[in-house]
Design a protein around this ligand. Structure first.
Ligand code: AMP
Ligand code: GLY
Length: 424
């Protein structure tokens, strides 16, 4: 098979690494990729949101399967455009990608199909939202409806902050178009985990769980980021909880999407709040999590390409026995550029990556990297490396991952020192 993978993050490096191992993979392209992905794929200089150029490349190169990493091209309809020219793609079409692209869409789906989630209301007018907030009290959660790169959620502790957030979002100042409609919802006090399942439109293949660390500083303090680390499986997970997540959240979601006329194909990534052992859906994403995907790919056993291909073609039932999960834990520590998630320098040199890759059970996935003219690896993004390790438990995986982090010579980067702390 000739495969085109779209994206350039640690998630895509992990996917490329896994796909390249498949017997069926004759040729793997990645658009645009990064300096690490170059070791397992041919990187093509097309941006992940340049839908027309991606479709033209897939057509001109007779691609057999396109695997879409990030949400942006999904929401822009890349899967629909590929389907028009007969190229199968792993990921939902534009209509189904609304499950991530619109918080209001996802909440209405929950209401319609009785999926447990925080009580909510949708608003596009300031006065209506304020009246609802007055009635609910604080803390309260306010979300921009559209995609906001993980930053469109504010947990307001005071009424003044809630009012200000509503005004900022609805004026279009805070998140532009994405904030012209908002969801206001009940604050849920619990512990979060992520759950992943593949769907081929109708059938579901449950994958596994992970927990990520969104805050930038140790102890889960400081501003939110795209994710500073993750581990899998989540320590909260057990058979009873998994059964509840599948029957109350994943199955009704996939069935509801069919009933509503836009079946979901791809990976459903449910963000779940566990309150007194009961799961509530915080959000659905239409893609793998990053960094969660880096831990998943190290634990997944079986032919990843065969499974993604089957999901894309509505044939998941045929490959269900081909996937299993290592009983090992995997843990990923993200190394980011000093200053991230605020302003940071680019083109700072990273050394010792080869020595780090020699450490047993440690894999370094690249995110925001490139090669400079001297052939050195430099950062071009905020989140730059995912140092990922496996071990018999989270403790061992954590110890190995930090051995890797300590070996990397990058004075301009930092990482959290406590990834996995809830499990350890
Ligand atoms: P989201 O972008 O929807 O994942 O939200 C970002 C983060 O905000 C989540 O990971 C949660 O930590 C928090 N959050 C979102 N909704 C709620 C809620 N209803 N109650 C408590 N925390 C929430
Ligand atoms: N790590 C969270 C996300 O990918 O959305």
């Amino acid at each position: 098979m000739k495969v085109l993978l779209i994206g350039s993050g640690g998630r895509e490096h992990a996917l490329a690494w896994a796909i390249a191992q498949s017997e069926n993979c004759d040729q793997l392209y990645c658009a645009p990729g990064n300096a690490g992905i170059e070791s397992c794929a041919d990187c093509v200089d097309i941006a992940a949101d340049d839908v027309e150029a991606l479709v033209a490349f897939a057509r001109d190169n007779a691609i057999d399967l396109v695997v879409v990493g990030p949400e942006q091209p999904l929401v822009l309809g890349v899967v629909d455009r590929l389907k028009e020219i007969g190229i199968p793609a792993f990921g939902p079409n534009k209509a189904a990608a609304q499950i991530e692209g619109s918080k209001g869409f996802m909440k209405d789906l929950c209401a319609k199909y009785d999926i447990p989630t925080a009580a909510y209301a949708r608003f596009s007018d300031v006065d209506g939202a304020k009246a609802f907030i007055d009635a609910q009290g604080v803390p309260i959660v306010i979300k921009a409806d559209g995609l906001a790169a993980g930053k469109g959620v504010i947990i307001a502790e005071t009424l003044a902050q809630a009012y200000e957030t509503v005004e900022d979002m609805l004026s279009g100042n805070a998140f532009g178009e994405a904030g012209h409609e908002i969801v206001v919802e009940q604050f849920l006090d619990g512990e979060e985990l992520s759950y992943f399942a593949l769907a081929d439109g109708e059938s579901i293949l449950p994958l596994t769980s992970a927990q990520d660390h969104k805050r930038v500083h140790d102890g889960d303090q400081g501003p939110n980021t795209g994710g500073m680390g993750a581990y899998s499986p989540a320590h909260l997970m057990n058979d009873a909880l998994e059964e509840k997540i599948l029957t109350r959240i994943i199955e009704p979601t996939i069935a509801g999407m069919v009933k509503d006329g836009h079946p979901f194909t791809g990976v459903l990534f449910a963000g779940i709040m566990v309150v007194d052992d009961e799961p509530f859906l915080i959000e659905h994403n239409a893609r793998f999590g990053d960094p969660e995907c880096q831990t998943l790919m190290l634990r997944m056993q079986g032919d990843v390409l065969a499974v993604l291909d089957a999901a894309a073609k509505g044939q998941l039932d045929a490959v269900k026995d081909q996937v299993s999960w290592s009983s090992d834990s995997a843990l990923c520590v993200v190394m980011a550029a000093n200053g991230y998630p605020g302003a940071y320098q680019k083109n700072t040199v990273i050394n010792n990556l080869d020595d780090t890759a020699e450490i047993k059970n440690v894999t370094v996935f690249h995110a925001g990297t490139a090669k400079n003219d001297a052939g050195e690896i430099v950062n071009i993004g905020g989140r730059v490396l995912g140092v990922t390790a496996t071990g018999k438990d989270v403790q061992e995986a954590q110890r190995r991952a930090y051995m890797g982090v300590n070996k990397i010579d990058w004075p301009d980067g930092f990482s959290r020192t406590d990834i996995g702390w809830r499990a350890v």
